[in-house]
Write a protein that binds this ligand. Structure first.
Ligand code: HEM
Length: 295
């Protein structure tokens, strides 16, 4: 399968072209340490909320930028804020997870959030600066950032949702704290079921294909910008601090190591290693891991 945008058949619809062009980028971000902590529900609850605060800034910038260009013929078809916009959803999750007052925007006063606002991580500055730049100079490329976030939330996000719910004791029925992953169905005013989420993905891809049509230059530019979006997301994930304890399977040794974490995900985890067991000791490892996370 081709992974280099220059070797992908240019006549492919934009959604296929971009997916193929970003395959390697997705594999890299998906296997990053921070992504594995996130997807496995291994982050401490406040660290997960911290990540959501970073994401809120990205969605806020992106969605205000898309709104500013809502009449552009390439943006208009894929800009359906009532279904896809995430900033308000993420804000609701942050408020719920940090247990802040329900008044709109109260979560911003939380000390952790105030800390991020006072000194945003460099990668967040770069991410929002890129969106601002595109908004001013190349608004159509904002579509690449919408692609990376929205299709990601509709895809891997649905898997992450299950583990996040389990890790933080969130009720999957009422959805409090899980709004990031909750989409409204396309044709009815109700939450989308798993099948309807697939319909939304197809809808977004078809809209993208229609908007880009046979414009090869635009397809290539969107693919390149999407790769950058993945890199920026990898950067956000690299700021995450690991769980207090982590259970790491060591291939070849048939063993689980219990690793004392708390390391930033862009460093190799410095081990304070206890060799927990050899084959068959997964139960003990899980027990220790669960205790360390207070589940
Ligand atoms: C955190 C770990 C992640 C996991 C476990 C994961 C998992 C997945 C899976 C299973 C799919 C395919 C779904 C399908 O076939 O319908 C997918 C698609 C996708 N993911 Fe991820 N993902 C992760 C991280 C990310 C990140 C950080 C981004 C970028 C912000 C991202 C963006 C996407 C996009 C854009 C698609 C749709 C590809 C397409 O069909 O065009 N993912 N992801």
């Amino acid at each position: 399968m081709a992974t280099n945008s220059t070797s992908i058949e240019a006549s492919q619809p934009a959604s296929v072209y971009v997916r193929e062009a970003t395959r390697a980028s997705h594999e890299r971000v998906g296997s990053a340490q921070g992504a594995r902590w996130l997807a496995g529900g291994q982050l401490a609850k406040e660290e997960y909320a911290h990540y959501l605060v970073l994401l809120w800034h990205v969605y806020d910038e992106l969605e205000r930028s898309l709104a500013a260009h809502a009449n552009d013929p390439v943006i208009r078809p894929v800009y359906v804020p009532a279904i896809f916009s995430r900033a308000d959803h993420v804000a609701a999750d942050i408020g719920f997870l940090l247990n802040t007052a329900t008044a709109e925007g109260a979560w911003r006063a939380h000390p952790m959030v105030a800390g991020i606002l006072a000194a945003p991580p460099q990668v967040l500055i770069e991410y929002t600066a890129r969106i601002k730049y595109l908004c001013a100079e190349h608004p159509r490329l904002l579509v690449a950032h919408a692609y990376a976030r929205y299709l990601g939330d509709l895809s891997g996000g649905q898997i992450i949702r299950k583990n996040v719910a389990k890790a933080y004791g969130l009720d999957r029925e009422d959805g409090d704290g899980l709004q990031l992953y909750a989409f409204r169905a396309l044709n009815r005013d109700a939450p989308a079921s798993a099948n309807e989420v697939k319909v939304l993905k197809e809808f977004w891809r078809e809209r993208l294909d229609g908007a880009v049509g046979g414009d090869v230059e635009l397809k290539v530019a969107l693919a390149e910008e999407s790769k950058l979006a993945f890199v920026l997301n990898e950067g956000l994930l690299s700021t995450l601090k690991g769980p207090a304890y982590e259970c790491v399977y060591v291939p070849g040794r048939g063993a689980y190591n219990i690793v004392r974490g708390g390391a930033s995900s862009n460093k190799s985890v410095k081990t304070l290693v206890v060799l927990a067991s050899i084959i068959g000791a997964a139960g003990l490892a899980h027990y220790l891991y669960g205790g360390g996370r207070g589940q």
